[in-house]
Structure formats: C-alpha cells, structure tokens
Write a protein that binds this ligand. Structure first.
Ligand code: NI
Ligand code: MN
Length: 223
C-alpha cells in the first residue's frame, strides 16, 4: 500500500510503505499552488528530476531540516553536496535499491537547469507498487519502453503544455506506459500552463484505458 499526496505543481509526497517517506520535486516556497510549507515536510528522501526552480525548489532546505537524502542526477547531487546536503547520484538508465525500494532514473526530454546535466524521470518501487514520475518532459517514443520494462501501477504525467506535454501528448504517453492509473500535474499553477484536467481524464480513460485520478493540492490517493 502507498499513499500519494499532491502538494501542488509537480510536488508529491509518498508515504505508507516501509523504509521511509519520499518527496518528489519539492517546490513549495513561491509556489502559488503549494499545499504545504517546507517546514511542515517530514521526509527521509527527496527525489529531484531536474534543477529548474519549480522542481529543485526547497530541496536543500528540506534536506537540511530532515537530514534527508537527495536522490538525483550527478550534477545536482554534486551541487547538493556543496551545500552540505547528503545526496545519491543516479544517472539515466541506472537504478539503485534504497531501504524503501528501487529507484531508476529514466529519460526526460527537457532541460537540466544545471550545466552539463540531464533532466530525468523516475520509476520508483514503493510499498509494493511501481510508480513512474515523468518530471518535466515532452512526449517521446521510449515511454513505450518504460511501460514494457515496468508493470506500472501509477503514472504521474505533466499536462500543462508550453514547458511540457500538453493534454493530447500526455494521453499518448499514457497509451505507451499502460499504467493502471494516471494522475496529472504541472498545470494551472500559472496562466501559461492552464489546462483542464477533466478533459485529460475523459480522453485518457477512453483512449489509453488508464483510470485517471485528479488531485487538488493537498489531496491524497491511496493505492
Ligand atoms: Ni523544467
Ligand atoms: Mn517545470
């Protein structure tokens, strides 16, 4: 069992499994959709997909408050270490088993936000579930490979367009991934990424066959 709470924009809290609590892309300070403050977050691990401000966010602050381990790509791990944080560097295609389960860094078609780096997504085993967090990404054909290599219970997909996939490309992504459930994010934080999650839900359930759960910031999904 696992409980996933949407904290707004691209940030999620994952808890309920053995081995610790995780947060993804903890952008809370300055996030108009944030459902929590950095000081409220109690976690053991922080997963960072890339170094743009709306993803790296409060990672260093939350890591310092919790003595949490940052799991991210090599260049961000090095920067985190220079800030005095504990960090574990993964890179694209590589995985590592942590006390809660395995994390694999997978490709994302997006900028790194740090010199020499790469953006990534993650496939995470947690609480007996397999979760794909896409990070920021455009649609790419190798999402089909991610779906073939991992029996996904849940896929978290950006739908806000402009910086990432929009709704129709996210529906195509869901068709490639074949996760049992999908949750949209990275929309409506600002006007530039306005999108209607109900339209995504209608299309993805009809065209990809995945059940779609729409979470408001602060809402949780148990699966
Ligand atoms: Ni980005
Ligand atoms: Mn972003």
């Amino acid at each position: 069992m696992a409980k996933l709470t949407f904290l707004g924009h691209a940030s999620f809290l994952l808890e309920g499994g053995d081995g610790g609590r995780l947060i993804f892309d903890p952008f809370l300070s300055g996030n108009p959709a944030a459902a929590a403050k950095p000081g409220d977050i109690k976690v053991d691990y922080i997963l960072v997909s890339h170094a743009h401000d709306d993803h790296l966010g409060d990672a260093y602050d939350i890591a310092a408050r919790n003595d949490a381990l940052i799991i991210t790509t090599a260049e961000i791990a090095r920067a985190a270490g220079a800030k005095g944080c504990r960090a574990h560097a993964l890179h694209i295609g590589g995985s590592h088993r942590f006390p809660f389960g395995r994390v694999k860094a997978v490709p994302a078609l997006h900028g790194a936000g740090i010199a020499g780096g790469h953006a990534c997504g993650f496939v995470v085993e947690y609480g007996g579930r397999n979760i794909y967090f896409a990070g920021d990404t455009g649609l790419f054909g190798d999402m089909k490979l991610i779906g073939e290599r991992h029996d996904l219970d849940l896929a978290l997909l950006p739908i806000g367009d402009n910086f990432t996939m929009g709704i129709d490309d996210a529906v195509a992504a869901a068709s490639f991934l074949q996760a049992r459930q999908v949750i949209p994010y990275h929309y409506n934080t600002w006007p530039i990424i306005e999108a209607d999650p109900r339209l995504f839900k209608e299309k993805v359930e009809r065209q990809a066959g995945s059940q779609c759960i729409i979470l408001q910031p602060g809402e949780a999904h148990v699966f």
